[in-house]
Design a protein around this ligand. Structure first.
Ligand code: MAV
Length: 326
């Protein structure tokens, strides 16, 4: 059997052509980052596991470094069943097609890493997955993630006064803007691949992200002040376009589902373990300054009513309670 794992571009095309005689199924993926990020490593582990579990012929072609755009592009491709077959998607970047899915990664949802891990392993997210499948034609096959999301800004933001009116980029889901609005920041939804320039040119003063991505895309060059708001833990559903999945042979479908769950667990362990290390590496390299946020408990008080109202609007109050109770 042939398992081909390649990067995109001219060489990839050539390899694909030469293996076309043997490769029965060619699957295309996309990553925002290079091979060093846990995001890409999770996709690579998925590929490896599918190859191990499936007896037939399958090849993988992954576009790295955001060559195919950012997640707001990936979601359209997946929904339409074009250009890519599998990817990792922040739930809040899938809001256009499934309004309830950002409930999974709204800020201040998880108390800590243990809560996050229990919730993602529990099956409690099943109703959200069902809506994503039905409305967006996208199937969740596993959960990776685990980086803690903090504020990153051009100037230090250490307390409520400094946060008030702070112009920051948030992900495209309305609930993200509502939550940062509730804590008195001035959020705007900007595409991820425009964030660096927007900060550099002063259109915004900062954004929020996890250490691995701040390091990988060198966001510290324009936003070297990290405030440990610890407002979210990155949730990275591994997803496949249902148009692709439904066309796969049954034994490959089974391999994909198993590999997705296992690669997700691999990614969760990796990214959560590396999170503190990556922050420390940037501190040691003099790339970032880190400070606590003075008054974090107050943030939580401001946010909970917004979370409740969002869930109520979606008819998902019981689900929100179930996630909180994990
Ligand atoms: C992080 O780098 C990742 O979680 C990625 O999945 C998101 O697209 C991105 O943030 C973002 O903020 O849009």
């Amino acid at each position: 059997k042939t398992v081909t794992t390649i990067a995109s571009g001219a060489i990839a095309a050539a390899v694909l052509m030469s293996s076309a005689a043997t490769a029965q199924t060619a699957l295309r993926g996309a990553s925002l980052f290079d091979e060093e990020h846990a995001y890409t490593k999770t996709l690579r582990e998925f590929e490896r596991l599918v190859g191990e579990k499936y007896d037939g012929e399958v090849s993988f072609d992954i576009s790295l470094n955001g060559e195919l755009g950012d997640e707001s592009d990936f979601v359209t491709f997946l929904q339409q069943g074009v250009a890519i077959d599998y990817a990792i998607m922040a739930p809040s970047n899938m809001a256009t097609f499934a309004p309830s899915i950002p409930l999974m990664d709204m800020p201040f949802l998880f108390r800590d890493l243990e809560h996050w891990d229990t919730a993602l392993s529990s099956g409690v997210m099943a109703p959200l997955e069902a809506e994503l499948l039905e409305k967006a034609n996208i199937r969740v096959i596993g959960y990776a993630g685990g980086g803690v999301r903090n504020l990153a800004s051009a100037e230090p933001i250490g307390n409520m006064d400094e946060l008030t009116g702070h112009k920051m980029r948030v992900m495209g889901a309305p609930i993200q803007a509502q939550i940062f609005d509730a804590i008195n920041a001035a959020p705007s939804a900007i595409a991820y691949n425009e964030v660096y320039n927007a900060i550099q040119t002063g259109v915004i003063a900062g954004f929020e992200n996890e250490a691995a991505s701040i390091q990988n895309l060198k966001f510290y060059e324009v936003a070297p002040n990290i405030t440990l708001t610890r407002h979210a833990i990155t949730v990275r559903p591994l997803v496949m376009s249902e148009s692709t999945f439904s066309g796969l042979p049954e034994d490959l479908q089974a391999a994909v589902l198993e590999a997705g769950a296992e690669a997700g667990a691999f990614g969760r362990e990796l990214e959560s373990r590396q999170d503190g290390e990556k922050l420390q590496e940037m501190i040691d390299a003099g790339q970032i300054q880190v400070q606590e946020f003075d008054g974090r408990a107050q943030l939580l008080d401001l946010v909970v009513p917004v979370q409740d109202a969002y869930a109520a609007e979606l008819g998902a109050t019981d689900l929100l309670e179930a996630i909180r109770a994990q």
